[in-house]
Ligand binder design. Structure first.
Ligand code: SF4
Ligand code: SF4
Ligand code: SF4
Length: 574
């Protein structure tokens, strides 16, 4: 019988395989790129790189695949093919949330001064994980995919952690360093940056989910991936019969339990000599720690379940405390149901998306109609309630509030990439929980730059559709409403006109209404695009000009003589 190894300290670093080293390097690179894209408070990372990296994430790519097929949509097919060939490589290398969990496990192990996992094998929570996947698919079929995926999509969750939690921390660290540099007489070495924090309501969901993920990762490795994450469950169904799989070579295995204690997925049943490959996240840690060559990554073929012939090398040394996961009796039935559900969901999403696109396309060009009207221009009834209860404003390119609610997965890449910082995660501004954490424009903080198309450049799942600069110039996302009694020209007799000065389209002009001695701002809604430059520029509180969002974006008319647009917030004196 071979000598017993020190069961207390199986170290994945020991005898680390080339495969594992490659995986660690690739995973670290993916995590760093994802963090750089989402934390980038100096706008260093090019937008197209942000878009490409985030578009290869499974859910954004799958959404693009069914809504607007283009090159990045192929990523989800590639991930499925990779999974069928090699197992859940996506979970071990590409998914930033998965890699983050490994980092948290390692940090927590260092703090607790214990080996990172040393977890007993556990039965899969199949009922729960399959139910979550089924509910997600049903939500997609019902047109609520954006709501379900906003909570469950791993990339979007990671995006919110990075953008809402880590980014402000990075900014604070930068500013502390900048203060120290200034005190040491080198103010130019590290410039201060000003990035706003999300409102407390919008901060809470990502914070709570982060705490849940962190606790699970510290205590039970990839429990989140194998219980909650619908992408993990879906890929698990595909990987069960992967062509190349990790499996136990019973002729070499001495049942020392090292692999089991190194497994972050708790998926090795050493008593039966089997690995539940639906939960294996292809990290190769088990291969690394096995000195006997008992864990192998090898060809299994399309349907065959080939185990090496020969008698087991030794009897089990696994303590009784390590459970043996019983087989899942309902697995086959569920797989057929889930596969059918997935196909139905994809079909239904494609249909609903094409309907949405058709409707949005049809309504392009429907600007306000009819002849002139007091103060607010032609063809629109003046609605004073808009001043106190302005509707939420969705980003340009999103085409409608409904599209944001049903399709956006709230990854917040657009929020962190927005150079004007006018985008912020919504709390209840969309009027329901479906809008929680999704992007909205806040014109009290900034305005939507006339020439900017960054959010439509970076959005990975096609919620914010690409907008050419010319199209952006006439894309109406809201409408300006004036409250003349609040305007300091009438209230205090002070000269102003900041709003008209900053209006990039010429929709807002200073005019003397009949019977008035002073010129006051008047909006012609035919030309207004709702960019918010006027609201942001207005120096009074409450604002004398307010943008109200519109349910469906429209196309504004273009003034023949277009005014010069303000391009940065630096143009403002306020
Ligand atoms: S299971 Fe989900 S969260 Fe975990 S690594 Fe895979 S995709 Fe990411
Ligand atoms: S709209 Fe913004 S938050 Fe929503 S998916 Fe696109 S980039 Fe992410
Ligand atoms: S600044 Fe923008 S929102 Fe205000 S009136 Fe002009 S176009 Fe409309």
């Amino acid at each position: 019988m071979p000598p017993r190894k020190n069961a207390k300290s199986p170290s994945p670093a020991k005898g680390s395989s080339t495969l594992r080293r490659l995986r660690v390097v690739a995973a670290s690179a993916c995590l760093l790129i994802a963090l750089a894209a989402l934390i980038d408070f100096r706008d260093i990372v090019p937008n197209h790189l942000k878009h490409v990296f985030t578009s290869i994430q499974f859910v954004p790519s799958a959404i693009t695949f069914v809504t607007a097929f283009h090159a990045t949509a192929l990523a989800c097919l590639l991930i499925l093919a990779l999974t069928f060939a090699f197992g859940r490589v996506y979970c071990s290398v590409i998914c930033p949330l998965g890699i983050l969990q490994d980092v948290i496990s390692r940090i927590s192990a260092k703090i607790r001064r214990k080996p990172p996992y040393k977890l007993p094998a556990k039965k899969a929570h199949n009922t729960l994980r399959h139910a979550i996947l089924a509910v997600t698919l049903l939500a997609i079929v019902a047109g609520w995919g954006g709501v379900a995926l906003a909570w469950l999509d791993p990339y979007s969750n990671f995006g919110r952690f990075a953008s809402t939690l880590f980014r402000p921390l990075a900014v604070v660290a930068n500013n502390i360093a900048a203060t120290i540099a200034t005190a040491l007489g080198h103010p130019a070495a590290i410039p201060q940056v000003n990035v706003s924090f999300a409102a407390a309501g919008a901060l809470l969901p990502p914070l709570l989910i982060f705490i849940a993920v962190a606790i699970m990762a510290s205590v039970r490795g990839r429990l989140w991936c194998n219980t909650v994450c619908p992408v993990g469950t879906l890929l698990g169904l595909v990987s069960r019969r992967a062509l190349w799989r990790i499996s136990i070579d019973k002729t070499a295995c001495v049942k020392c339990g090292d692999c089991l204690r190194a497994c972050k997925a708790q998926c090795i049943d050493l008593r039966a000599g089997e690995i539940d490959f639906s939960r294996c996240v292809a990290c190769y840690d088990c291969i690394s720690v096995c000195d006997e060559g008992g864990v192998k990554y090898r060809w299994h073929g399309v349907s065959a379940r080939r185990e090496p012939k020969g008698a087991p090398k030794t009897a089990s040394r696994i303590p009784n405390s390590i459970a043996r996961p019983p087989p899942d009796a309902n697995r086959r039935a569920f797989i057929s149901t889930a596969t059918f559900g997935a196909l139905t969901a994809i079909g239904a999403t494609a249909l609903s998306a094409s309907r949405d696109l058709a409707q949005n396309g049809a309504q392009q060009g429907t600007g306000p109609k009819g002849p002139g009207q007091h103060g607010q221009g032609r063809g629109r009834k003046r609605d004073f309630s808009k001043l106190d209860n302005p509707g939420v404003v969705a980003p340009p390119g999103a085409q409608s509030v409904a599209r944001i609610l049903s399709q956006c997965t709230a990854c917040q890449l657009c929020v962190s990439a927005c150079p004007s910082h006018v985008l912020e995660p919504a709390f209840l501004e969309y009027g329901n929980l479906a809008g929680l954490m999704k992007p909205r424009l806040n014109f009290d903080k900034s305005f939507c730059n006339f020439d900017c198309t960054v959010c439509s450049d970076v959005c990975p799942d096609g919620t914010i559709l690409p907008l050419a600069r010319d199209a952006k110039h006439t894309t109406r996302i809201g409408l300006a409403y004036t409250a003349h009694p609040r305007c300091i020209i009438l209230k205090d007799g002070t000269a102003c006109g900041a709003c008209a000065e900053h209006c990039p389209t010429g929709a807002l002009q200073m005019k003397k209404p009949p019977g008035h001695a002073e010129a006051v701002p008047l909006v012609d809604p035919h030309y207004c695009i709702g960019c918010g430059a006027c609201q942001y520029a207005c120096p009074v509180t409450p604002k004398a000009i307010v943008i109200s969002g519109i349910e469906k974006h429209e196309t504004a008319e273009k003034l023949v003589q277009e005014q010069v647009a303000p391009t940065t917030t630096d143009d403002f004196a306020f």
